[in-house]
Ligand binder design. Structure first.
Ligand SMILES: O=C(O)CCC(=O)C(=O)O
Ligand SMILES: [Fe+2]
Length: 279
């Protein structure tokens, strides 16, 4: 009885003409004025990235990088990211190995906010970037919270020399830590120093799956895992803003000269149609 049914199904499958056409939909948009619908497509997975070219055109990025040079950078926890990656401001990532966010995080956050304020004075480029995101989203855009306390937003990160292929998905890597529940996560970077050659952001149309664990390389994964998947490669220009779905594997190509620095945070889309931010 069952085997007959199976035979019928196989015959039908073999004789069925495939009429379905599937658009892989994985482009990078470059727009002066992206809309809420572009960000929704990013969340839905039908877009790879959204870029605003020269978003910080009115900011003197060179002066900002110079000012940053007079401050000491720290690094991600070197047990987790090696070779060290320089940054200013705490990263939630550094607390993944713990049960929660230790006191040290909040102290580091307060100190980094003070340093940043000293650096930028009344013309804070982060206000401009978050304000623009608020306008595009047309809804609430606020720092994510842990036990009601606002997380740090707006790390300065130096990824000169590239970064291994990895993904960022807080809901999977540090579940339950935020007060908010997320349905999507974007990486956001606005580039305040870019190398002439190299430093491209490569986003693969491929999310992590458990069997990828056999292909781990330090903090990342072997690019062979996503080698056959569609990808976009974006070369950031100075002052560009780029959002991408950080749950997709992504990597940064190496560069031989010049520095690559960004103002960096993650955006989580909540079930209440809000965007929450953290670094
Ligand atoms: O700097 C970039 O282009 C992307 C860095 C990255 O891995 C991230 O923002 O998640
Ligand atoms: Fe990342």
């Amino acid at each position: 009885m069952f085997s007959n049914l199976q035979d019928d199904r196989t015959r039908i499958a073999e004789n069925t003409e495939v009429v379905q056409r599937i658009d892989p939909m994985f482009d990078a948009l470059s727009l002066e004025n992206p809309t809420r619908s572009d960000l929704l497509r990013l969340a839905a997975g039908t877009l790879a990235a959204v870029r605003i070219p020269a978003h910080l055109r009115d900011v003197d990025c060179k002066a900002l990088v110079q000012a940053l040079d007079s401050h000491e950078f720290d690094t991600y926890d070197e047990r987790r990211i090696y070779p060290p990656v320089m940054k200013l401001g705490p990263a939630v990532f550094d607390y993944y190995l713990d049960d929660g966010i230790r006191d040290e995080y909040w102290e580091h956050a307060a100190e980094s906010r003070r340093t940043w304020k000293q650096l930028v004075g009344d013309h804070d480029p982060l206000d401009l970037l978050v304000g623009e995101l608020r306008r595009i989203w047309g809804g609430s855009v606020e720092p994510a919270t842990v036990d009601g306390r606002e997380l740090f937003v707006g790390m300065v990160r130096e990824l000169t020399g590239g970064a291994r292929m990895h993904f960022d998905e807080l809901m999977r890597e540090f579940p339950g830590v935020l007060d908010q529940q997320l349905v999507a996560q974007f990486g956001f970077n606005c580039y305040i120093a870019v190398p002439d050659d190299g430093g491209e952001l490569v986003v693969y149309r491929r999310r992590w799956k458990p069997s990828d664990e056999a292909h781990r390389v330090g903090y990342g994964w072997s690019e062979s895992v996503a080698a056959d998947e569609p990808r976009v490669e974006i070369k950031p220009g100075l002052g560009d803003s780029i959002w991408f779905d950080s749950r997709n594997f992504h990597a940064i190509k190496p560069n031989s000269e010049g520095r690559r620095l960004s103002l960096s945070f993650f955006c989580g889309v909540t079930t209440e149609n809000k965007i929450v931010l953290w670094s």
